[in-house]
Design a protein around this ligand. Structure first.
Ligand SMILES: Nc1ncnc2c1ncn2[C@@H]1O[C@H](COP(=O)(O)OP(=O)(O)OP(=O)(O)O)[C@@H](O)[C@H]1O
Ligand SMILES: [Mg+2]
Length: 502
């Protein structure tokens, strides 16, 4: 290869390298390697101007220690002079040059007078960014370095653009990192619980309490209207606690007949009563090392309240039909939609039990008091039921607005059921306000209906909606509608409403 094509190859290789990466250290080192591979150069360095100094950043042929010594003040030595003046310097014979500092000490084994030192500034828009220098071995006295110098100048200008670009990118990355960190700080103090929606300040307080209390064994009492997420929060406390891998045992104090509640809670021995053919472990025993969730605690009969009180106090009990005391390690979480304070006042709930339960109270606000969360809840459930039903139903902003105005007496459960129904009933559609269930349309105070519906039909629809919302529990549906259970029973009969209806 002749000298000219060798130089072209060098340029080609270096520009390829600079185009491949913005990692300045990597590309500068690579450029040095290319220089030494293609040209007859002993060593090469790139030094960059940083804070009034010129610091060697990459080199070929220098050890790490030598590299670390490569630091010059502006104007100091040849590298310092080139950095200061912005003009190249060629030292035809290092041995003859007194300014030559040999700071890095790397030339001690070479006879100084065989080496020429070529040094060019790296300039971008008349700013000196650094210095590129190479040691060139030469054989003949009086050899010309013009061609080398031209090549180095071209390489230096390529490097200049690259340095500028990578610094710019580096600045942008730093800015992004700073931005991310500020965002993180802003998000700090924002509590999150997986699969629980609640950006509203009032829910954030609940989330904060959950985070704080999860690590402890403290008894938690969750109150709030029907469908506000009491069970969901009870589970969050359990699954965020160190007991997460142990059982979460639920006992619904309202749904078990009083006569059976005791065996449900504490279990029974074989032969404890007729029909007790074998030993049965109760919920407290099953919950050992885990959490017991006493749901609808306000429905616990006065007769059973002292027994629960004892387990909560002593963490011990006996199976029905046994004298043997069983000790358990359980965390207790209780929930109710009832007003326990009022019940205590009326003598229907033991005060001592109330205080035992109310160690960490958590109140879940009704949905109408956290309308900020409605949009996100709608998205959350829409996504869930679209996935479940392989649907792609959308809800128009007007319909979302109508739903935000509705009072949601059945709270999140009612919203969840509503969205499920919407997804099933409106395949492939964008839901408009007039497609919403009647109770939402009428109870928002606005009538989105175009056609006139007979009053009876509206009433029947409203009752069906309420029954579906409350999973066909008449008493709950009646409460939702603000009528008595007797009245709802009468209307169910009148309209021939059955569970199969949709
Ligand atoms: N913040 C929330 N984010 C997402 N889903 C929620 C939220 N709160 C409640 N839900 C969902 O709403 C439904 C009702 O919640 P949950 O059963 O916990 O309410 P509850 O207060 O125990 O009601 P009830 O008093 O009727 O027993 C559940 O399907 C639950 O997953
Ligand atoms: Mg519940």
């Amino acid at each position: 290869m002749n000298k000219h094509s060798q130089q072209l190859m060098t340029l080609y290789e270096i520009s390829k390298l600079l185009g491949a990466s913005l990692d300045l250290n990597k590309t500068l080192k690579g450029a040095m390697r290319v220089l030494s591979d293609f040209l007859d150069m002993q060593r090469g360095t790139v030094a960059l101007v940083e804070g009034g100094e010129v610091i060697i950043k990459a080199a070929h042929g220098l050890t790490i220690e030598e590299l670390q010594l490569g630091r010059y003040k502006l104007g100091e030595g040849i590298i310092g002079q080139v950095a200061k003046s912005g003009y190249p310097i060629v030292v035809p014979n290092v041995g003859d040059e007194p300014v030559f500092l040999n700071r890095t000490g790397s030339r001690k084994n070479i006879k100084k007078n065989n080496i020429a030192f070529l040094c060019v500034p790296i300039v971008f828009k008349s700013n000196v960014l650094g210095v590129l220098s190479v040691d060139r071995l030469f054989a003949d006295e009086g050899a010309s370095f013009d061609a080398d110098l031209r090549l180095l100048k071209i390489i230096a200008s390529l490097l200049a653009q690259h340095i500028k670009l990578s610094r710019q990118v580096e600045n942008e990355v730093q800015e992004l990192i700073a931005e991310r960190d500020t965002l993180k700080i802003e998000l700090k103090g924002r509590y999150r619980i997986e699969n629980v929606i609640g950006k509203s300040p009032i829910m954030q307080e609940v989330f904060e309490a959950v985070h704080k209390v999860a690590g402890s064994k403290a008894t938690v009492l969750i109150t709030g209207e029907s469908g506000t997420g009491k069970e969901l929060i009870a589970k969050a406390v359990h699954y965020m606690s160190p007991r997460a891998k142990q059982p979460f045992i639920k006992l619904n104090c309202a749904s078990i007949p009083e006569g059976l509640l005791e065996t449900e809670l504490f279990g029974h021995e074989k032969g404890a009563f007729t029909g007790a053919a074998s030993v049965r472990r109760g919920r407290f025993e099953l919950a050992h090392k885990g959490t017991i969730f006493l749901d609808e605690i306000g429905d616990l009969s006065l007769g059973l309240q002292p027994k629960i009180l004892r387990v909560i106090q002593e963490r011990e009990f006996e199976r029905v039909g046994s004298e043997k005391t069983i000790k358990v390690d359980v965390r207790v979480i209780a929930a109710t939609a009832k007003d326990l304070v009022q019940m205590v006042g009326e003598g229907n709930f033991r005060e001592d039990l109330y205080y035992r339960l109310n160690v960490v109270p958590m109140f879940l606000p009704p949905l109408r008091q956290r309308t900020e969360d409605i949009g996100e809840l709608i998205d959350f459930f829409l996504d869930k039921f679209n996935k479940e039903n392989s649907e792609d139903v959308e809800i128009s902003p007007e319909a979302v607005r109508a739903m935000a105005e509705y009072s949601w007496p059945g709270n999140i459960r009612e919203l969840e059921n509503t969205i499920e129904r919407i997804v099933i009933m409106s395949p492939g559609k964008t839901v408009q306000p007039q497609n919403l269930p009647l109770n939402i349309r009428t109870l928002t105070g606005k009538v989105y209906e175009h056609r006139i519906m007979p009053l009876d039909q509206a009433e029947k629809d409203g009752i069906i909606e309420a029954l579906k919302t409350t999973e066909w529990v008449h008493a709950k549906a009646a409460k939702l509608l603000g009528i008595t259970p007797r009245q709802i029973g009468y209307k169910v009969k009148k309209y021939g409403i059955g569970k199969g209806i949709s």
